[in-house]
Design a protein around this ligand. Structure first.
Ligand code: NAP
Ligand code: GDD
Length: 344
């Protein structure tokens, strides 16, 4: 019999890639999704993982819901990917974010400890915990300085994961993952917003792409590579914490440049600060503007990680570089726009 894995946040980007990876490895995959008017399944469908994934109702705010799931399925592995994962939203909804991104980790760990202690646990920690970075590049030993309610909540979950490992001997690992993207990334995140909106502009379905801080830099990798790293952490004999990153950082401006290139467009920048605009060189129209509503109350300016420990101990390295990632996302979005398909 193959192993059973339970994935929280199955409807999200990483949930879909991880489900596909585990199904291909022969796992029974059970995914938790929030009950609402409809469950988001397009990502699993697009990756060919929908038919074989068992989806059950899971609300991370509900202790007994979590408890019953652990008691019933007794999974070999649990990947906690469910979260309010949008940093900008966490400034407007700090308490909800704390409940789902911080307290729910304790709910899951308590349920594991009580009714399913053999379950190996993966916690989706984040480079946002480095926030206003105190050293560059960041490793597992870099001190944390979160800059958003999201980052603070995730830091709590990170330390709880370590604490349950040390206090109760549970197999709990935490992946400190730098930004990872894909064609099934949520449309609110800046990469997918750029690949989708510029594709729409090229095909006359939108006039302008509105953005916030163009100078922020991120270490962007491909989600498909990162779920492989999650799985490797859970297979390791000893639970531990690992950074997954590409070791390269790029600005939002560079992401725009390469997206435009993939679409056969070129952008010329004029002006400064909130008055900066991006002009389509072919049509001479303004197609990018700054809207200060996308500025954050506290910004994370520059993240870049070192995944040396994951390479050494888990044999993990990313397979997709920045240019390939941008092209992959842009090709997928342009095709959706041309075929008039909505994926978001
Ligand atoms: P995502 O696409 O936003 O997926 C998160 C999933 O969590 C969504 O399907 C969402 O459900 C679900 N969820 C939200 N609130 C919930 C609740 N109260 N109860 C149950 N489920 C709930 O995020 P992702 O990019 O796949 O990221 C996966 C995890 O890794 C997240 O924990 C994120 O914080 C973390 N992370 C991501 C990155 C990255 O760059 N992608 C980097 C570091 C860490 P709905 O579909 O119903 O909204
Ligand atoms: N979303 C968004 N929308 N971001 C913008 C925009 C915009 O219009 N304009 C500029 N940005 C800047 C943000 O200010 C930020 O500096 C950067 O683009 C990246 O923003 P997001 O794509 O929203 O990602 P994030 O880095 O804040 O958070 C993602 O990565 C974290 C790992 O570091 C999320 O996936 C988190 O869940 C994850 O933990």
């Amino acid at each position: 019999m193959g192993k059973t894995a339970f994935i929280t946040g199955i409807a999200g980007q990483d949930g879909a890639y991880l489900a596909k990876l585990l199904l291909d490895k022969g796992y029974r995959v059970i995914g938790g999704a929030r009950r609402s008017s409809h469950i988001v399944t397009w990502r699993l469908e697009e990756l060919g993982a929908l038919a074989d994934t068992e989806i059950v109702d899971l609300e991370l705010g509900e202790m007994l819901n979590i408890y019953r799931i652990l008691e019933k399925y007794q999974p070999d592995e649990l990947y906690n990917l469910g979260a309010q994962s949008f940093v900008a939203a966490s400034f407007e909804q700090p308490l909800y974010t704390a409940d789902i991104d911080a307290m729910a980790v304790t709910r899951l760990l308590e349920a594991i400890r009580t009714v399913s202690p053999q379950t190996r646990y993966y916690q989706a920690s984040t480079s946002e915990m480095f926030g206003k970075v105190v050293e560059t590049p960041q490793t597992e030993n870099t001190p944390f300085y979160p800059r958003s309610p999201y980052g603070v909540a995730k830091l709590y979950g990170h330390w709880m994961t370590i604490n349950y490992r040390e206090a109760y001997g549970l197999h709990t690992s935490s992946g400190i993952l730098f930004n990872h993207e894909s064609p099934v990334r949520g449309e609110n995140f800046v990469t997918r917003k750029i690949s989708l909106h510029l594709s729409q502009i090229k095909h006359g379905m939108r006039d302008v792409l509105e953005l916030g801080n163009l100078d922020a830099r991120r270490d962007w990798g491909f989600a498909g590579d990162y779920v492989e790293g999650m799985w490797r952490m859970v297979q390791a004999e000893k639970p531990d914490d690992y950074v997954l990153a590409t070791g390269e950082a790029h600005s939002i401006r560079e992401f725009i440049k390469y997206t435009a290139q993939a679409l056969g467009m070129a952008i010329e920048w004029r002006g400064k600060g909130p008055d900066e605009i991006g002009i389509d060189v072919k049509t001479n129209k303004t197609i990018i503007q700054i809207n200060p509503k996308y500025y954050r109350p506290a910004e994370v300016e520059h993240l870049i990680g070192v995944a040396e420990k994951a390479r050494e101990k888990l044999g993990w390295t990313p397979s997709t570089n920045f240019r390939e990632l941008v092209e992959m996302m842009t090709i997928a979005d342009e095709r959706r726009v041309v075929e008039n398909r909505v994926c978001g």
